[in-house]
Design a protein around this ligand. Structure first.
Ligand code: 5GP
Length: 192
């Protein structure tokens, strides 16, 4: 596999990375397209198949693992598998796009390792674990159990931040959005 550039945004959930990724996708100068991940987790709220995720059953997901269809995959939470299909990245490269990912830290670092020169890996840092808790509760799309699971994982994820190319502190959203745009724009100017 080879092609355009890969932009990874990883962070504990609730850090605001999805908001940053959505903002970047709206900036036409960056020519980005979102890598739609596959997942075995159930649909939340208004999520749509083929837009937010490719939703599939656990057995379907495992079949793709067996076929070596994934660039990377991870059991992010118990029985909740997430992964990037090789076909997804190839589809977007064929459209001449730079690909942007909203994925967990392990998956993000795995892609960076596979494509070191083509990839910019950015870690989005939340102000604190307490603030994460507040944000996740406000979102209120999930049970307390699920929220606690995400928070427990957050501390482990925060420790991986130094392995990323860049860290963005999302303490003030407007500042973080501008910083993210400038970072990506600069990276896209470099040769792959
Ligand atoms: P959520 O359930 O909130 O949509 O996502 C949970 C976590 O899984 C987030 O950290 C999200 O970034 C991550 N994730 C989403 N897609 C992928 C993927 O394709 N691969 C990996 N490794 N993680 C993913």
């Amino acid at each position: 596999m080879k092609g355009g550039k890969l932009i990874i945004f990883s962070a504990p959930s609730g850090s605001g990375k999805t908001t940053i990724v959505r903002h970047l996708l709206e900036q036409s100068d960056l020519n980005l397209a979102f890598s739609i991940s596959a997942t075995s987790r159930p649909r939340r709220g208004k999520e749509k198949h083929g837009e937010h995720y490719y939703f599939m059953s656990l057995s379907e997901f495992k079949k793709h693992i067996k076929n070596d269809d994934f660039l990377e995959w991870e059991e992010v939470y118990r029985d909740n598998f997430y992964g990037t299909l090789k076909s997804e990245v190839e589809r977007l490269w064929a459209e001449g796009k730079n690909v942007i990912f909203d994925i967990d830290v392990v998956g993000g670092l795995r892609i960076k390792k596979k494509f070191p020169d083509q990839t910019l890996a950015v870690f989005v840092k939340p102000p604190s674990v307490d603030e994460l808790k507040i944000r996740l509760k406000k979102r209120s799309t999930e049970s307390d159990d699920k929220i606690n699971m995400r928070i427990a994982k957050a501390s482990v994820e925060l420790a991986t931040a130094p392995q990323f190319d860049r860290i963005i502190k999302n303490y003030d959203l407007d500042t973080a959005l501008k910083e993210a745009h400038d970072l990506v724009a600069d990276f896209l100017k470099t040769k792959a």
